[in-house]
Design a protein around this ligand. Structure first.
Ligand code: SF4
Length: 321
């Protein structure tokens, strides 16, 4: 039987970061142009519409992510609860570091907490993530252990680390009992000090060595759309899910079709669809959402957002509607 492979989509609730100085990040290029966190937030209806599309298409939510200051705590708990009710999946949270009290609030709808480690070359990390310091992430991990919440980490390959750093990653995963890992191939942004992505083989080596040490660890791996040829390599190296694809904007595009083909070529079976529009009564799906969480006005807004996303997706898809 072929190995199933899922697409995991990060669900962003805001385009804001209170730190803004990780040297590889697009946010660092906007420094003099800091956005008001409240203005950078997305509407609940957009986020819920995206969650519903993900569920219908068979995509998993990789994590819910965004700048913590964009919403009040209560609003964020409501948001995570809403996504949980739409998808039927407890969620992973990538919201920055969280206190024990905060984790307790999220816990009923939460599978795990994502720590954005980015690199395990600790000297390099001080340079590339000057403000995103490690101790609060470690403290959040400790709270997760106390509350029985899973832990994941994100790692970017191509920041200046070398293969010599792989044993440190293996040690880290063991030491902190990490339940899931997401690898990204660096996508160099204009106006940052980075100009190159990692070579495909080098990127796959990180995944392969991680897989060799942890045969059952869920490994998510992504690369930007200009690297569709990386997907086969990362799956052969042992990744269990793929990510990073702009799946709504590029639904059914040539690049996405190539990625889906490479999943098959890697001997895996792609779950869900990134190319074909199913025949679904979307309005009924929204209508059937529980009214205690989704009032009529919100449902109406979700339908409006759904229609605009689906319109984009239909452009590139085979549609059954
Ligand atoms: S904390 Fe995250 S969003 Fe903020 S600058 Fe660093 S990588 Fe970018």
């Amino acid at each position: 039987m072929k190995r199933p492979v899922y697409f995991e989509r990060a669900l962003f609730f805001s385009w804001y970061c209170g730190l803004g100085d990780c040297t590889f990040c697009y946010m660092s290029t906007l420094k003099d142009n800091k956005t008001d966190p409240k203005l950078a937030r997305r509407r609940f209806s957009s986020i819920f519409a995206e969650a519903l599309i993900s569920k219908v298409m068979g995509w998993k939510i990789e994590f819910i992510s965004g700048g913590y200051d964009s919403y009040t705590k209560d609003e964020l708990v409501y948001l995570v609860k809403g996504v949980y009710e739409i998808t039927g999946q407890k969620q992973w949270l990538n919201l920055g570091t969280l206190s024990k009290k905060e984790l307790e609030l999220f816990k009923p709808y939460t599978e795990g907490f994502a720590g954005t480690i980015e690199t395990v070359n600790w000297e390099l990390r001080k340079k590339v993530c000057p403000s995103k310091v490690l101790p609060p992430i470690f403290t959040s991990f400790e709270f997760c252990d106390e509350l029985n919440i899973k832990k994941s980490i994100t790692i970017i390959i191509g920041l200046g680390e070398t293969e010599d750093d792989i044993p440190e990653l293996i040690k880290f995963i063991k030491e902190y009992n990490i339940d899931k890992i997401t690898f990204y191939a660096l996508n160099p942004h204009e106006d940052t000090c980075f100009t190159k992505s990692p070579e495909k083989e080098y990127y796959a080596t990180w995944i392969r060595k991680t897989r060799e040490s942890f045969p059952t660890l869920p490994i998510v791996a992504g690369a930007w759309l200009d690297k569709t040829d990386y997907y086969k390599a990362v799956l052969e190296a042992g990744a269990t899910s793929i990510t990073k694809i702009p799946s709504i904007r590029k639904f059914g595009s040539d690049e996405v079709r190539e990625i889906v083909k490479s999943v098959e070529e890697a001997g895996c079976e792609f779950q869900g669809t990134l190319t074909e529009m199913p025949n679904v009564n979307w309005e009924k799906l929204v209508k059937d959402l529980p009214s205690e969480t989704f009032d009529d006005k919100l449902k109406e807004e979700i339908v409006g957002k759904l229609n605009s996303y689906l319109k984009k997706m239909r452009k590139g898809s085979f549609t059954n509607n």
